[in-house]
Design a protein around this ligand. Sequence first.
Ligand SMILES: Cc1cc2nc3c(=O)[nH]c(=O)nc-3n(C[C@H](O)[C@H](O)[C@H](O)COP(=O)(O)O)c2cc1C
Length: 172
Amino acid sequence: VIVGLCGSNRVGSTNHWLLDAASRVIGDGGFVVYDGIVSLPQFSPDDDDEPPSTVLQLRALIAAADGVVISTPEYAHGIPGSLKNVLDWLVSTTVLDQKPTIVWSASPTGGEFVHPQLIEVLRTMSANVLVGASLQLVGPRRMFDAAGILIDPICEAQITDSLHALRAAIAA
Ligand SMILES: Cc1cc2nc3c(=O)[nH]c(=O)nc-3n(C[C@H](O)[C@H](O)[C@H](O)COP(=O)(O)O)c2cc1C
């Protein structure tokens, strides 16, 4: 299974809609969007060895994942804190080790700052980041209809190619 992590907790998040679109591209339950970000506690090294059950569930989900897709906005030229909190809970584990991972940065500017930062963080955590298959998506809002369905054919082709590259890396 491929796991999607979203950098935005906003209702009507375009990044969440991108992950929903990925679910439809992959189909057959092969893509699940992690929905526990808001119930995770703030990371503390004091709790790293005996974390709460929400963290254990997150770690088990990522450990069992064949690949990971992270879709995120850019906040003040950086990684949204809630997403960085998720990643911080994984640093001391090996769940991302060599895990095929792609990053989609979707914001008005295409996330020119967050994109390389997130790739650097993931590489530091030993993920197998597929940089060539990762995407900077400029102005995602116009790519969706009012119901959050992806209606932009170029974006649809981009995320489909990106997911195919992820699947190829998983199969390799
Ligand atoms: C606190 C905050 C800071 C932001 N900072 C940036 C920024 O530095 N660069 C940028 O391109 N967009 C910035 N934005 C705009 C978001 O990237 C944009 O609204 C994005 O589409 C939100 O993604 P979402 O639809 O998934 O919530 C910021 C938005 C918020 C709420």
